[in-house]
Design a protein around this ligand. Structure first.
Ligand code: DAT
Ligand code: MG
Length: 138
């Protein structure tokens, strides 16, 4: 299997809680390489394109508001099967029920807000990864 690249975002809750280092540590400890990294205050336009697949869903507006509430750390990560691997490290979308041992399962929970503040984003397919990396690292 060829080396792949994926986009990881440490979301505003992860940055605000000082968990960027812990999340990077888990990605590096797994053996993946950090290729590029930047701290970004995301513009609305970027977030609309990033989350285009969710437009129209009930959580879309709160999600965008949350994602522009503070800086995010965007990371280009490389490795064999890294797209699947990062998704496994992240855990399920809902941090309350994400498996212990995962980033969301160990570090996240429901803080009483409608939007799930689940600390991280990871691309979910090779096509998505290419599109998202182009958006965040153009
Ligand atoms: P993931 O981030 O695990 O790939 P997703 O792509 O389905 O999940 O959704 C993108 C983000 O939107 C997710 O990280 C948190 C938010 N979200 C998803 N489903 C939600 C829901 N039912 N209620 C509130 N927020 C939700
Ligand atoms: Mg997704």
């Amino acid at each position: 299997m060829a080396v792949e690249e994926t986009l990881v975002l440490v979301k505003p809750d992860g940055v605000a809680r000082g968990l960027t280092g812990e999340i990077l540590r888990r990605i590096e400890s797994k053996g993946y390489s950090l290729v590029d990294l930047r701290l970004v205050q995301a513009e609305r336009d970027l977030l609309e394109r990033h989350y285009a697949e969710h437009e129209g869903k009930p959580f879309y507006e709160p999600l965008l508001e949350f994602m522009e509430s503070g800086p995010v750390v965007a990371i280009r990560v490389a490795g064999e099967r890294v797209i699947e691997g990062v998704r496994a490290l992240m855990g399920a979308t809902d941090p309350t029920t994400a498996a212990p041992g995962t980033i969301r399962g160990d570090l996240g929970r429901d803080w009483g807000l409608k939007v799930q503040q689940n600390l991280v984003h990871g691309s979910d397919s090779p096509e998505t990864a290419a599109r998202e990396l182009d958006l965040w690292f153009r």
